[in-house]
Every structure is written in C-alpha cells, then in structure tokens.
Design a protein around this ligand. Structure first.
Ligand code: NPQ
Ligand code: MG
Length: 370
C-alpha cells in the first residue's frame, strides 16, 4: 500500500455531562484522529489518549508528537510494502506509546479493507451482528444523583452497569444501586485507586455479588492483584495492567485476574487486542471490550472487536449519545440493549466532514519523507 497523505485532526467534543473518575473530571473529549490517503482509499483511525496523562502516560500532544517524529517515518520506510499487518512490527523499536501506534494501525486497516471491499468486523473475526452494551457511570456528588443516572441508563436498556469507585465512594453507592435496582448485572472500576492494604475494605463489596472489580491496584502491581484475589470473593478484572498479550498470559499464570478488559489502544492496536482475546480464551478467562470515550470511528472498531467469540461479558460499548450529543459518524444507537456491528467496507462508518470541521482545532499534514 502506498501512502499518499497522512493527517492528524485535533478535535474537541463536548461531553453530554461531566464524567468523573478517580483520576479527575472530564468535561470535553480532546481527540487525535488520523486520516490516511492511499491511491485506492482513505482510512480513519482514532487515538484514545486523553488530553492529560491521567489514565496512562500518553496524552494528546505526546501522541501527535511521537506519530509525527518517530512512527510515521518508520512506516514510510517500508515504501509500497507497507501493510496494516506490518505496522506493529515496524514500530516495535519505539518503546511505549501504544495508543499512538494503535491509531496508525487502525487508519491503515481501514484504508486497506475499504480498498478491498472487506469489513473490519470480518477481518478481525467477528461472529455476531450486534453486541450487548454496558455503560460506565461516573462518580457523582450524591447517592440520589447516582440513582437517577443509573435509572436513566436502565430505562434506556443498558444490560450492565459499571460504577466508577474510589476510596470514600465505593460500598455506599454499590449498596444503594443494589437496593434500588435489584440483581441487575453490576460491576465496579477503581482505575488503580486502592492498595493491597485496602483488601479488608474491598471485601465489604463481597455481599453485593458484583460481576467483577476492575483494576483496584496500581498498573505495575500485578502480584498485588493475585494476593487480593485470594482475599475477596468479587472476581478481579485487569484493565491498565494488561498492556500486551504477553502481560495477559503472565497475569493469568499468577492468578492476578479471572477476567480481562480489552482496549486496543492500551495494547498497541486491534491486532494485538485480538491476540489478548486469543490468550484469554485459551485459558478460559472471560474478556469484555473497554471504552475510552471513543468517537464513532473508535466505537465502530470496538463494537466489531466485541463481536469476537471470547467476549462473553457486556462491554463499555455504549451508544454514542451516552457521551456525545453529536458524533463524527452516524450515531451508534441502543437497540434492545445491543449495538449493531458495522458491516460496510473498512470500519463501515462515514465521517461527517462538515461536523468534524466544526469541532476541529487543527489539521496537520505529517511529512511523508523518511
Ligand atoms: C476505564 N473508561 O475503563 C475507562 C477510563 C476512562 C468508559 O470507564 C476521557 C478519555 C475520559 C478517556 C474517563 C470508562 C475518560 C477516559 C475514563 C477513560 O478505565
Ligand atoms: Mg477501567
């Protein structure tokens, strides 16, 4: 595949409501989109890095910089031999920056598949037409506010609720949601906000029969998660710690998790994400698709990934209107608690260039010289 052009679009989308987690409150979503042009097709990719390095070390400006200075030249060096399947290997010498790498790989996959008239869902191995949708509910100022928000999502048909927790906002909100909504599928996500010393406190969640507790301890404390798993009955799920298929294999081997959240950006791309799925499936570990407040571009890819056979739990694959009043593609909508997997060529979505322009702060042409 020959690259004719590669652009970075910096976009700012207002959120329908502030989203609070243990690492802060987000009011808007700042995103880097990658657009590639080849003689046969264009392709879009989305970088899931946040505006600030609060979820992981990457952030919007670091992604744009590393893509421009260090990643694109390595792709250009492959000449016409460039394929999406070669991206991860070509970028391996550059340490870290998985979200930046994933965005490039996705744009090239989209272009390659569009040119071939094949869907991303078929390419990745999707076996379903629609996937069950969960929703992630932020930390609120009060329990009544939380119950109100959860009630709206339940009414909309979301089949699973995830509550963001942190020290001071954990047992009470879970108890309140259980009391009000009965035995709905319910799980929690701590985004690394606890330490192993909190094990006895986290065991207070045991009576609520949660599906899982996601990433209670720091990213590098995989052994701590294994220890915690012996002290609580809620199944431990890892998010931030699972940075590759190898990391998944290691975490599983030491008993650090019985469930894995898969996010392509966190593991360097959708092809590695599929390998994480494969490792987990071979080990009998359930997986589900995480979310990073993607626009319709990243959401299309996530929904296709979530249609692989090992994704046996509902993902954070919410409808577009969970986050955005208007999306950069036609919105993903909830139908009986499910979101439909796109079937068209490539990612199967069309970017609304007029709306995109409205919310774009800059478009940069990345030089294609080696
Ligand atoms: C998680 N996502 O599972 C992440 C964390 C997260 C849907 O809970 C802006 C950009 C705000 C990315 C807030 C969900 C974000 C973000 C939370 C990611 O850990
Ligand atoms: Mg998480």
């Amino acid at each position: 595949m020959k690259l004719s052009a590669l652009e970075l679009h910096r976009v700012r989308l207002p959120l329908v409501a502030p989203f609070r987690t243990s690492f802060g409150t987000q009011v808007t979503r700042e995103v880097v989109l990658v657009r590639v042009e080849t003689p046969d097709a264009e392709g879009w990719g989305e970088c899931v890095a946040m505006e600030e390095p609060l979820y992981s070390p990457e952030y919007v400006d670091s992604a744009a910089e590393v893509i421009t200075r260090f990643l694109v030249p390595r792709l250009v060096a492959l000449g016409d031999g460039l394929t999406a399947g070669k991206v991860a290997t070509a970028l391996e010498p550059v340490k870290g920056h998985p979200m930046a790498k994933a965005a490039l790989e996705l744009a090239l996959l989209d272009a390659e598949l569009r040119a071939a008239g094949r869907s991303f869902a078929d390419e990745i191995g999707a076996v379903k037409d629609a996937v069950p949708s969960g929703v992630s509910v932020g930390i609120m100022d009060s329990i009544p506010q939380l119950l109100d928000a959860v009630g709206q999502y339940v009414d909309q048909g979301y089949v699973r609720i995830k509550l963001k927790i942190e020290p001071g906002w954990d047992v009470e909100p879970v108890a309140a949601v259980r009391e009000r909504f009965g035995d709905i599928p319910l799980q929690v996500d701590a985004n690394t906000a606890y330490t192993l010393g909190d094990a006895r406190h986290l065991a207070k969640l045991d009576p609520f029969d949660l599906l899982l507790i996601e990433q209670p301890l720091p990213e590098d404390d995989v052994r701590g998660h294994a220890a915690l798993a012996t002290q609580i009955s809620t199944p431990v799920c890892l998010d931030e710690s699972i940075v590759s298929a190898r990391a998944a294999a290691d975490a599983i081997a030491i008993g650090a998790c019985s469930i894995v959240n898969i996010k392509a950006g966190r593991v360097g791309g959708y092809l590695e994400a599929r390998r994480v799925h494969d490792v987990c499936r071979a080990n009998g570990i359930a997986v589900w698709c995480g979310g990073m407040l993607e626009t319709g571009i990243g959401r299309a890819a996530n929904v296709a990934l979530a249609a692989l056979p090992g994704f046996t739990l509902p993902g954070d694959t919410s409808a577009s209107d969970r986050y955005y009043q208007q999306d950069v593609t036609a919105p993903f909508v909830l139908e009986q608690g499910h979101v439909r997997v796109p079937t068209g060529p490539g990612l199967g979505v069309t970017v609304d260039r007029a709306f995109l322009t409205e919310i774009t702060s800059s478009v940069t042409q990345v030089p294609l010289s080696v």
